[in-house]
Design a protein around this ligand. Sequence first.
Ligand code: LLP
Length: 429
Amino acid sequence: MMSPFSYKNNVLCAESVPLSAIAEQFGTPAYVYSKASITSNFAAYADACKQYAPGGEATLICFSVKSNSNLAILQLLAQCGSGFDIVSGGELLRVLAAGGSADKIIFSGVGKSRDEMRLALSHDILCFNVESIPELHRLDAIAGEMGVRARVSLRVNPNVDAKTHPYISTGLKENKFGVAYEDALATYRIAAALPHLDVTGIDCHIGSQLLDDAPLLEAVDKLIELIDQLAAENIVLHHLDIGGGIGIDYQGDKPVAVGDYLQRLFARIDAWRAARHGGKPIKILFEPGRSIVGNAGVLLTEVQYLKHGSEKNFAIVDAAMNDLMRPAMYQAWHGVQEVIAPQRSDTVTYDVVGPVCESGDWLARARPLAIAPGDLLAIMSAGAYAMTMASNYNTRGRAVEILVDGDTTHQIRRRETPQELFALESLLK
Ligand code: LLP
């Protein structure tokens, strides 16, 4: 789908709603999401699964909750049939509160606590994506105490280079995630021997913001080899989980089309099943986050002050690094668009910065903009890893969140008040 954010009568709109009207009604900073964009991004995966899955093979798309965990967005995705990839007990409770079903939840992460395991077992989630041998033992013990069995998949590190930012590349040997490829068979044998575990699958996640599918296909080939070796030892896996999805266009990036990626992926799986897997079925799981929500959201902010210096010009806006951490943390690039299309061509180059007392508090650097104080800017591609990574640094309440559906706006999270920010604290007696 085309960007849900486009100019109509010179005003940048979310679907049919002018962002200026949203700023007027709800104030700034505000995260604004497009419902149609989220559902069509999800449909790109779901439709390709329908179209290409080998022999009508079972598939499950588990939206990666960490990318955007607003209840209304989880609810919308649950209504589309999505499952969920969670990384904490908090995310589990969110998904359930949003109407997601436990039998479509997979639980990832290297540090699951005992309480989180108990909570997830009490809801009988679909699968635990286990990342280490001690985690296998802890899960087995807790399942035993509760008199239940835990379904597990092992996150295997296929050691392929995802060629993305080092902070979001996870498939190489040198990081904390998963079980090393060469240790995978031995770890599966341990899991299979534990009395309260059912070994059901294999998973990986090699990194995020992948523009090319070649590393993903390479990872699948390596997982398939393990599935064959395990089958030879009578450890039969029922699902293969490929981890996160494709990257998005931030700065003229050209991500591979989701449909093309899935077509290639299912072609490989089909060929393998026919040649080496005795035609037996295997369920395929995906954990996309960024590609579902990333370009479905913007951060709407108002210019407060302009500072013109001898070296640099600054546009000081009312959003900051606590709202959108990606630039400060990863030097991430986000587009910046004037909400009212400038009628003049005399732009000035600005660093767009926030009010937080840190030099690292910047949202965009060296952008040509024609702006005055009071003007609105949209920070683009801010639907993923944006609000979920927001903090209250400088005792700033987090932004309001708005979901636009055609010409209707829904406030899906209100702005935090200062009192709420310290309500959990107490004075000394
Ligand atoms: N599955 C697992 C196990 C993951 O760790 C992740 C993301 C995903 C799925 C979703 O991947 P996606 O489809 O979104 O690429 N905060 C960083 C991104 C961190 C990604 C963490 N893992 C950022 O702002 O770019």
